[in-house]
Ligand binder design. Structure first.
Ligand code: PLP
Length: 400
């Protein structure tokens, strides 16, 4: 009965990963997949996560009973505080509902499904370009995906005017997907004055903000500073949605831990919204797993462990920033044609280098350097040792 199933295309980022794995070259370098690596090129398990797991051993093995549909209640409270701030009026007024979901992806998917069922406008606008999986979450829910201009390839920076024009022309009431900080794949974020203009325009047009927060703390190492765009929208009393991920910021990728929050106008609406979220989650996976959320909860609620987490988060952020500077310096040293200042102006884990698909193919074929064909690199995949190699390769690619 399944003979007629056609083969689906490979998912590009995984195809890059497989090609890298199968390359026997000792010089191969993977800048494709978006995970943090140490200076030695190894995955990083945070010490504070290890510590929390040790503390939790007895608690977690005491029983393996189901969590509620909305997940671990304490985790939800702490996640809301992390993103909206401890003194958020929306939290104090019980206008926020937060549900524990399967990481950022699960939060986006549940949010999209909720909007498809309960929101009047089934159109979402997302930045051009955006994280490759973004359209899928909404298309799967039956929401039409449109784009707004965001990245200017001539400056490798923000096309702010284009963004405002496109949001200004958007269908009224449409959903707008925004990345809170450390934009994937561009590394380009609006500044706070620009955010304020975006906020004003969106509120004027009744556009609904849906924030993807996968990199809170990965830009400035301050969780409060990085959450500022969200908090500006919450402070005006209007609605918004947030999808928070702990994959990158606590290195909990495979634990699949995240939270969807929906900020409403009143506590009564928030509790009705939560009741509908339960109806969406129940037939999908019934309730979320406990392990990752217990680790996050243990860290967020304990002052000392929270402090240790921030220190480790800062170490990751500092290493990424240093990679940016080292790469920029190496490109300058080689007097490579073009302006490479965007490498240090962009923020977060990624940089859209400006290399085109042909140059990327050259880097892979001749230098065994892997990245997505749009020229996005993960700076955390670099080290002091590999930066000169990459710079030599870029030199060769752009002077072909
Ligand atoms: N959003 C953005 C912008 C991302 O870059 C990613 C992962 O790379 C995600 C969401 C989803 O990650 P996860 O499902 O692991 O939280």
């Amino acid at each position: 009965v399944f003979e007629y199933v056609t083969r689906a295309p490979d998912i590009p980022v995984y195809a890059v990963m497989v090609a890298y794995r199968e390359d026997p070259s000792p010089f191969k370098l993977n800048l494709g997949i978006g995970v943090y690596r140490t200076e030695e090129g190894k995955p990083l398990l945070l010490n504070v996560v290890r510590k929390a797991e040790k503390l939790l051993v007895n608690e977690l093995s005491a029983n393996k009973e189901y969590l509620p549909i909305t997940g671990l209640a304490e985790f939800n409270k702490l996640s809301a505080k992390l993103i909206f701030g401890a003194d958020s009026s929306a939290i104090l007024e019980n206008r926020v509902t937060t549900v524990h979901c399967l990481s950022g992806s699960g939060s986006l998917r549940i949010g999209a499904e909720f909007l498809a069922k309960h929101y009047h406008q089934r159109i979402v606008y997302m930045s051009q370009p955006t994280y490759a999986n973004h359209p899928n979450f909404f298309v799967a829910a039956g929401i039409t995906v449109k784009t707004y201009r965001y990245y200017d390839p001539t400056t490798c920076g923000l096309d702010f005017q284009g963004m405002l024009e496109d949001l200004g022309a958007a269908s009224s009431g449409a959903i707008v997907l925004l990345q809170t900080c450390g934009h994937n794949p561009t590394g380009v974020d609006p500044n706070l004055e620009q955010w304020e203009q975006i906020r004003k325009l969106m509120r004027l047009k009744g556009l609904l903000p849906f924030f993807d927060c996968a990199y809170q703390g990965f830009v400035s190492a301050s969780l409060d500073a990085d959450a500022q765009p969200v908090r500006m929208f919450v402070a005006d009393g209007g609605e918004c949605l947030t999808a928070l991920s702990y994959s990158k910021i606590m290195g909990l990728y495979a634990e699949r831990v995240g939270a969807l929050s929906i900020v409403c106008k009143t506590a009564d609406v928030a509790s009705r919204v939560e009741s509908q979220l339960k109806l969406i989650i129940r037939p999908m996976y019934s309730n979320p797993p406990i392990h990752g959320a217990s680790i996050v909860t243990a860290i967020l609620k304990d002052r000392e462990m929270y402090g240790e987490w921030i220190t480790e988060l800062k170490a990751m952020t500092d290493r990424i920033t240093s990679m940016r500077q080292q790469l920029y310096n190496a490109l300058q040293d080689r007097a490579i044609p073009g302006d490479w200042s965007h490498i240090t102006k962009q923020v977060g884990m990624f940089s859209l280098t400006g290399l085109n698909a042909e140059q990327v193919a050259f880097l892979t074929k001749e230098y065994h350097i892997y990245m997505s064909s749009d020229g996005r690199i993960n700076l955390a995949g670099l080290s002091a040792k590999t930066v000169p190699y990459l710079a030599d390769a870029i030199h060769a690619a752009v002077t072909l």
